[in-house]
Design a protein around this ligand. Sequence first.
Ligand code: PHE
Length: 451
Amino acid sequence: MATARGGFSSRLGFILAAAGSAVGLGNIWGFPTQTATNGGAAFVLVYLILAFCLAYPAFMAELLIGRYGQANAVTSLQKMSRTAWQKNFAFIVGFGGIICAALILSFYGILAGWMMSYAVQPAAQLIGMESLSVWAISDSTARNVIFTTLFMVLTVLIIRKGVEQGIETWSKRLMPLMIGLLVILIVYVLTLDGAMEGLSAYLKPDLSRIFEPELLISALGQAFFSLSLGTSVMVIYGSYIAKKENLVTLGAQVTLIDVSIAFLAGLLIIPAMYVAQSQGVAIFAGDGSLISGPGMVFDVLPKLFDGMGFIGLFIGLAFFILMSLAALTSSISMLEGPVSYAVERHNIARPKAATIIGLVILLMSIGIISNIDVMLDGVATLATEYGQPIIAMLVCVFVGWIWHRNEILNEIKSGNENVEASLFWNLWPWYTKFVCPLAIAMVFIHSLKLF
Ligand code: PHE
C-alpha cells in the first residue's frame, strides 16, 4: 500500500508514529511542570477538557488536509484552494507551519541534548569514567553543542531513511521501549516513602483555580504543543495514511495515547518530587510553589537518584533514556515537515534534503546556545506561544471556510462509510468553522494581555 512517495505500511505504524510525534518532552516534562505550577489536578482536569474539545478537532483538521492532499503541507493546502488568493493563503499557512516546526526543533534539540547528557552521566559513572560523568552535566557551551549535534545526527539519520524504514520502523521500536520504561519507573517510585503524598497533590484538584486565565492559557498551549499542532507535522503524517483507514478513530486513538502518557508522566514526576522531599531535598521554591522547569528535571530528580545510591544510577539512566527517546520520536516528525517540502516541491533527494535542513537547524541551535539565557526562551515563546496557535487557527479557518463541505465529507467517508450519520460529522464541521478559531483567537489575544 505504500505509494511511490512513501507511506505508513500499517495502521499501527501510523498510530505509533503520530503518537511518537505527540508524546515528547511536552508530555513528560512540560505537562508535569505545568501541573505543578497550576494547582495540581485542577490543571489536569482543564487540560483533559481542552485536549478533547479543542485540540482534537484541530488535530483532525490537519490529518484530513494531509490525507486529502497526499502531499506536504503547502501542496496539500493548495489542492483545496480554488482562487489565487486562496493559494497564496495556503502557502502562508503551510509554509508558516514548516518554519514553526524548524524553529521548534532548533530549541528542542538543545533540551533533548541535555537529556542525553544526563543519561551519559550515570552511564559514565557506572563504567568508571569519572571525568566524563562530571563533564556531561557541566552546563558548558561545548557540552551543549556536542550533545545537540549528536541528537540532531540521530534525527537526520532516521529521516534520511524515509517514512516506512525511518519514521515507522523507529517509532515502532522506540515507543514500546519508552512506554515500558515509563511504567517500570512509576511502579518503582510509587513504592518509595513520600510518594503517596505526591500522588494526592497530583490527583486532588484545587477547584478554585479552574477558571484562572493563566491556567486556561497554559492548558491550551500545552495541549496544542503536545499534539504537535500548527507545525505542518500532522498534515504530513496524515498524508502518509492509506485511504482505507478510518481517520476519526485513528485521530481519537492518538489523542488518547498522548493524553494518557502525559497523565502517566505526572504519576511519575510529581510523586518523585515528594520522594525527594522525604529524603531532604528542597522541592518548593521561595514562593511556596513546587519547583518546576529545568530545576525539577536537572536538579531535584538527579538529587533523588543520587540519594538512592547504586540503584539510583540505573534509575537515573532509565529516566533520561526515556526522556531522550520521547524527544527523538518527536524531533523526527519536526524534521519531516521541512524535508517533505524540499523533496516534493524542489525535487531534492531525501537523504540530501534531510542532511542540509538538519544542518541549517543545527546552526540555528548553535546560535541559540551562544546566547542561551535570552534566546532559548525567546525562540520557544515565539514558536509555541505565537506560531503554533496562529497557524493552528488559520488551518481551522481554511477547513471551515475555504474547503468545500462535500469534499471534506468525501475525504472523511473514505475508510468510514457511515460517518455522515455520526455525532462527529454533526458537530465537527461547525466546531472547526466557529468554535476552534474563535476559542484559539480568544486565548491567544488574552495571552497577549490585551484584555
Ligand atoms: N508534541 C511534542 C511534545 O510533546 C512536541 C512537538 C511539537 C512535536 C511540534 C512536533 C511538532 O514534546
